[in-house]
Write a new protein. Structure first.
Length: 127
């Protein structure tokens, strides 16, 4: 498991118009139970004041998994690139955790913070 803080290291581009997005975090996971699946989750925490303004970013992130095809780069591995809904402690936490649970087939505790949840879950499930 690796959690990368993207400090202007890279951008991803919306295919419809080339508009750039720099996801704040990328979570890299390897499924140890199958030893073949690699996950890359784009995570974008947002303050309440930016939820409306940056809605296009959330829509793009959520469309990655369903609209774009990922080509297998190595014969022995499957890669899943997933754009997550915005994370906001008050407004979008439930939506974010629902997506996290559905993608990674886990159950999250909504009473803890996001970083505590990811750490605890990864410590027991992926590494």
């Amino acid at each position: 498991m690796y959690l990368l803080r993207n400090e202007r290291l890279f951008q991803i581009y919306r295919f419809s118009d080339g508009k750039a997005l720099e996801p704040d975090f990328v979570l890299f996971l390897k499924d140890e139970s199958s030893k073949t699946i690699m996950y890359q989750l784009f995570i974008e925490p947002k303050g309440e004041h930016l939820l409306g303004t940056d809605k296009w970013k959330e829509e793009f992130l959520e469309s990655i998994e369903s609209e774009y095809v990922i080509t297998t780069l190595l014969e022995s591995r499957d890669f899943r690139i997933i754009g997550m809904p915005f994370y906001n402690e008050k407004i979008t936490k439930t939506k974010f955790l629902d997506k996290f649970e559905s993608v990674l087939k886990v159950k999250c505790e909504s009473k803890v913070s996001l970083h505590e949840e990811i750490y605890c879950w990864c410590k027991t499930s992926y590494f």
